[in-house]
Design a protein around this ligand. Structure first.
Ligand code: MN
Length: 204
């Protein structure tokens, strides 16, 4: 399994003014590329797991060879998480969820505003580097939490619907220490249609 950077569906400056072009370019072509390269280096040592998907590996970290476990969790997680992040952002996003996703949000959080606030709080309070998630449990319930590093819901036996990157590399050039402003603006580029697709993909 040779992993590659996914094709971006928009240009580096397409998410301006919410996410600046320079941040996008460095984030995608340097940070994400580095995760891909280091994941491939780790997997090259173990051809016996070459036919397993990345989702499978991240969902079953404990089954990985000991000498690459940490690299796959960190760099494989980095690759997976960034693919999701690029996918759920869009210069012309669908601005509200509907259908099944909206129903699950209302079941769990009463309304969209509560969900947004809850995710913002998780994203803001994540100490150091990590991600804030809207995740789907195996019982088809929605949950909000954050993880450190490049950990993600797959590691916990759950599924990612929305992920907000709160590593400083995601926002520092434009927002410096003002993570709250980045998070607030980030909702302007979240494409709810992509979130609905993730729900369809993972719902059991
Ligand atoms: Mn990142």
């Amino acid at each position: 399994m040779q992993n590659e950077l996914p094709q971006l569906k928009y240009k580096f400056d397409a998410l301006e003014p919410f996410i600046d072009a320079q941040t996008m370019e460095i984030h995608y072509s340097k940070h994400h590329q580095a995760y891909v390269n280091k994941l491939n280096e780790a997997l090259a040592k173990h051809p016996e797991i070459a036919d397993r998907t990345l989702e499978d590996l991240l969902s079953n970290i404990e089954t990985l060879p000991e000498d690459i476990k940490i690299q796959v969790k960190n760099h494989g997680g980095g690759h997976f998480n960034h693919c999701l992040y690029w996918e759920i952002m869009n210069p012309n996003p669908k601005l509200k969820p509907e259908g099944k996703l909206l129903q699950l949000i209302e079941d769990e959080f009463d309304n969209l505003e509560n969900l947004t606030e809850s995710l913002n709080t998780e994203a803001l309070n994540r100490f150091g580097s990590g991600w804030a998630w809207l995740a789907l449990t195996k019982n088809n319930n929605l949950k909000v939490y954050s993880t450190a590093n490049q950990d993600n819901p797959l590691n916990l036996g759950e599924y990612p619907i929305i992920g907000i990157d709160v590593w400083e590399h995601a926002y520092y050039l434009k927002y410096q220490n003002k993570r709250a402003d980045y998070i607030k603006n980030w909702w302007s580029v979240l494409d709810w249609e992509a979130a609905e697709s993730n729900l369809k993909k993972y719902m059991l």
